[in-house]
Design a protein around this ligand. Structure first.
Ligand code: AMP
Length: 361
């Protein structure tokens, strides 16, 4: 059985690594022939919307999935009509536009920050007037890892924000004064089996995930998050892994965004859960029984961004697992991560502090 993955980034690479024990083979579509997936599978060279490349990928495999969100939905409709394509294109489409995504959340009664579409300077004035300052102006499409965002604190910021981002459709959101950010990762198989991982608590800087700890235990928040995830599963008749990122404010979850794919905040599941998010995504899209999402300790995951230490300097720390994606270092690029799994939350937190304070950073 062959799986096709649109995008050969680190997520695709980790999907393939999880799929090999099941006897699967992997083919990727990616513009870059030395993307991380090339280490573990064949790459068909082409853009994500290249009809020839997409058709070649579909011909070469039994099931198609993706590791990136910016795959144009129109480009994949043709292959999705002929080949099993999961998660469903509709979920991919909703996740690509922050306005559509938040409108859907609202329809499914999943709480969001206040928001309003902005297509002109006047719209921005009106949105900031209604929702108030501070706020965040974001591009509706193609924003990720903090790109395409402008935080507005005072009225004087309105013009700069508009001049910086105003060339494309935008959304204005009220600023959420959150106490923490968490994400839920769940999985639904083509047979309708559902499993959810425990919440992870995530720390971002400049819009990029820096580190996560899991399980983040809060029975109330876990219940809310699983309920919201299940509404989305049902809405899309979903199969595969789905992630929702939330702000926590006064014991309530406020949804920031969803990702219809495996997620950086779930990398801890490789060593820290009975079955990883990557393994479960593959099982889900093939209709295989899902594996247990039970955590097997207390995990922390730290991203290596822009630069990556040597394997030797990380592996000398007892109990740490090191992952390098084999990418060329570039500012703000995710190059690898490491995970620690400890017997207690206190031991995990201590090890995380040591990792973050390393002198070779
Ligand atoms: P995003 O690209 O929407 O995932 O945003 C990246 C990060 O910016 C989030 O993880 C938050 O730390 C911050 N952020 C985004 N939107 C808001 C908001 N409405 N209120 C407060 N912080 C936000």
């Amino acid at each position: 059985m062959k799986i096709g993955i649109i995008g050969a980034g680190q997520l695709g690479r980790m999907l393939a690594l999880a799929g090999y024990p099941l006897g699967l083979r992997f083919v990727f579509l990616d513009q870059s022939e030395d993307a991380p997936g090339a280490q573990v599978g064949r790459i068909i060279a082409g853009a994500f919307d290249d009809p020839k490349g997409l058709a070649e990928l579909a011909r070469a495999v039994d099931v198609v999935t993706f590791d990136v969100e910016n795959v144009p939905v129109d480009a994949i409709r043709e292959i999705a009509a002929k080949k099993t394509f999961l998660p469903p294109p509709a979920a991919l489409g909703a996740s690509q536009d922050r306005l559509d995504e938040k409108t859907l959340f609202r329809k499914l009664r999943i709480p969001t920050p206040e928001f309003q579409a902005v297509d002109s300077r006047e719209d921005l004035l009106a949105a900031a007037g209604r929702i108030g300052l501070p706020g965040v102006l974001k591009t509706r499409r193609l924003g990720y890892d903090g790109r395409g965002q402008y935080f507005l604190r005072q009225r004087a910021d309105l013009d700069i924000a508009w001049d910086t981002l105003g060339k494309v459709p935008l959304i204005y959101e009220g600023f959420v004064d959150f106490s923490r950010e968490v994400s839920i990762i769940g999985v639904r198989s083509t047979r309708g089996e559902v499993a959810c991982y425990p919440l992870s608590a995530n720390t971002h800087a400049a819009g990029i995930l820096r580190h996560s700890i899991a399980p983040y235990r809060s029975a109330g928040l876990q219940r809310q998050a699983e309920g919201y995830l299940k509404r989305l599963f049902k809405h899309f008749d979903y199969a595969g892994v789905l992630t929702i990122e939330f702000f926590v404010k006064r014991g309530r979850l406020i949804a920031n965004e969803m990702a219809p794919r495996v997620h950086n905040s779930g990398h801890w599941t490789i060593e820290g859960a009975a079955t990883s998010q990557f393994d479960n995504h593959i099982r889900a899209i093939l209709g295989l029984p899902l594996g247990s999402t039970r955590p097997i300790g207390h995990s922390a995951m730290v991203n290596f961004i822009g630069e990556i230490p040597s394997a030797a300097s990380i592996l000398k720390i007892p109990g740490v697992h090191f992952h390098s994606y084999g990418k060329e270092p570039r500012p703000n690029r995710k190059l690898g991560h490491c995970t620690i799994v400890s017997g207690s939350a206190a031991a995990r937190d201590k090890a995380l502090r040591q990792l973050l304070q390393r002198r070779d950073r």
